[in-house]
Design a protein around this ligand. Structure first.
Ligand code: MG
Length: 283
């Protein structure tokens, strides 16, 4: 099974108009591989993105699988959430720029999102009818590649297959007033992830940027995470067994604002591509 290579990257190709990384066009980082999960002619598959084409993979990318010689055009598929995760764990307050004057905790603050909150790039974020204060949170998201339980910090990276981009959609009024963050963080469509899973990047030093209708709202590097990736994975695995396909949102930088119906929100993680979702009003 492939594990995430811990290499320092000095160049990663920029995203194209489609929101996907331009590996071939840029002649970019040869160690980075971008995987997509998609639906084509009624069938769900994983594939390797190469330019505007996808080379299909038979089987489960995070389990038993094999390469094929079958190709499909990127514009002929519907991109899906990057994994059918069973667990989605999120770290709160993990950038000082988001904490502001507040002091950092001595251990990562965790919460959960639900599998039914996940959607892919291109899908709508549906604002519930009684939501008045729905915010974006652009984040790097870890994709777990193998089962791990109580893994040490030193061995934690062997559990991580790759990274993707995520929007930890958050209803701030509910988050402030509800007993639990059940609906504030985990309502349907509150977990966009994608557009690709990238391997071969250093997850502790990639750029994360959030744009709303093209305007930059958040911009940071994951080197500014308070709790770094090995620490997060090791800490989470103390309490829950991580399994292939599980996702860990690593926290959002800076400040956030409310999104309104019609807004197009983009989260770009360096080397992953652009996660693009439109906000619509739910009925
Ligand atoms: Mg968050």
């Amino acid at each position: 099974m492939r594990t995430l290579a811990l290499i320092a990257c000095t160049f990663v190709g920029a995203a194209t108009a489609s929101g996907l990384p331009a590996q071939e066009a840029s002649g970019g980082q040869p160690n980075v591989v971008n995987y997509v999960r998609y639906e084509h002619q009624g069938r769900v598959s994983y594939g390797v993105l190469q330019g505007e084409r996808i080379r299909e993979i038979d089987g489960d990318l995070l389990g038993t699988h094999s390469d094929t010689d079958r190709w499909v055009a990127l514009d002929s598929v519907k991109l899906l959430q990057v994994t059918p995760a069973r667990k989605i764990i999120a770290v709160g307050l993990n950038y000082q720029s988001h904490l502001g004057q507040r002091e950092s905790a001595t251990y990562p603050g965790l919460f959960a999102k639900y599998p039914t909150s996940l959607v892919g790039s291109g899908a709508d974020i549906v604002r519930p009818p009684d939501s008045k204060n729905l915010h974006y949170e652009g984040e790097m998201v870890l994709v777990i590649g193998k089962t791990c339980h109580q893994v040490t910090r030193v061995l934690a990276m062997a559990c991580v297959f790759g990274i993707t981009a995520g929007n930890d959609v958050s209803e701030r009024d509910w988050q402030a007033n509800d007993l639990q963050w059940f609906r504030a963080k985990a309502s349907d469509t509150f977990g966009p992830v994608g557009p690709t899973i990238a391997t071969g990047l250093d997850p502790d030093d990639v750029q994360v940027e959030t744009r709303v209708n093209g305007e930059v709202r958040q911009h940071a590097r994951t080197s500014n995470l308070i709790f770094d990736v090995p620490t997060i994975v090791s800490y989470v695995s103390r309490y829950v067994t991580l399994e292939p396909g599980d996702l860990i949102f690593t926290g959002t930088p800076g400040s956030t604002k409310a999104m309104n119906p019609g807004d197009v929100v983009e989260v770009e993680v360096e080397g992953v591509g652009v996660l693009r979702n439109k906000v619509v009003q739910g009925g």
